[in-house]
Design a protein around this ligand. Sequence first.
Ligand code: NCD
Length: 325
Amino acid sequence: MREKTHIPSRVPPNSLGIKSLLGTEFLEKKQIEQILKYSFLFKDLLDSGKPVPQTLSGKTVILLFFEPSTRTRSSFELAAKRLGGNTLALSKEGSSTEKGETLIDTAKTVQAMNPDLLVLRHPSAGSPFHLDQTLDLPVINAGDGFHEHPTQALLDLMTIQQFKGKIEGLKVLIVGDIAHSRVARSNIYALQKMGGEVSVCGPPTLLPPKVEQMGVEVHYGLNKAVRDKDVIMTLRIQFERLNPGQSPSRGEYSKFYGISESVLKAAKSDVLIMHPGPVNRGVEISPDVADGSRSVILNQVGNGVIVRMAVLHLLTGGELPKGLV
Ligand code: NCD
């Protein structure tokens, strides 16, 4: 457990009671519930075509993305803009990082321009924690190495809640490269806090040592693992984080751990199929399953914008008009 958050006076107070969103490990159940409540509230507004309160109007969100990203970066940008905020995106390429500036110096430089919040994606596990301690700004972790990716887990919870009506008591199987996946780690913490039962399945070399200590059931074979599950989350092998020789061949991996229609014959007929993207079709998931009726992969993407609206709104101390909440 981390120490209680000190919120600097420059940061407006917010109803979540935290300065930054660094990981689901540090969230309490009621904070997750609050983020989900605001997410569904924004979803209802958007679905009904009603105007979205511009609670980020006059505020600036900095997006520091030092690793590739399609969904996360664009959804943070869209989320801030839908709430009336401005965004400024910086990546490693073309910034002074290429001239040797450290992450902390880049972040302090950006802070001097008076933004209201900073979103960071970085290959080093723990980097958002350093920024949180150094800056008088809320920091959102948009993925730090293999460590955590909290907004991905929150959008996954929202999608499960949307399609299953609950999270408590559901059996969720995460398949694949658990050892190098920040998505798996953030989901395990968040799902367990919300009363979900999490199992993992993958080749032994791609499971973290002593993974059972995270309170998950461990499977090495897919057929038995899928049997009684309500949700199956499949993951890309994080080749960029593997040592040479540690990675199975794509063909071999797909044969034993790929989710295909034939594997799903052993699963419940209403099992939900999820994937955080990017999908490697034909490796961890077959195209017919990815595009099939049980797949909610594109709903996850849509919910990603909405969850990030909720998180940006809450962390910047936004208030919705009376009657909406
Ligand atoms: C994930 C990530 O970057 O951690 N993608 C995402 O944010 N939607 C998963 C991955 O890259 O495999």
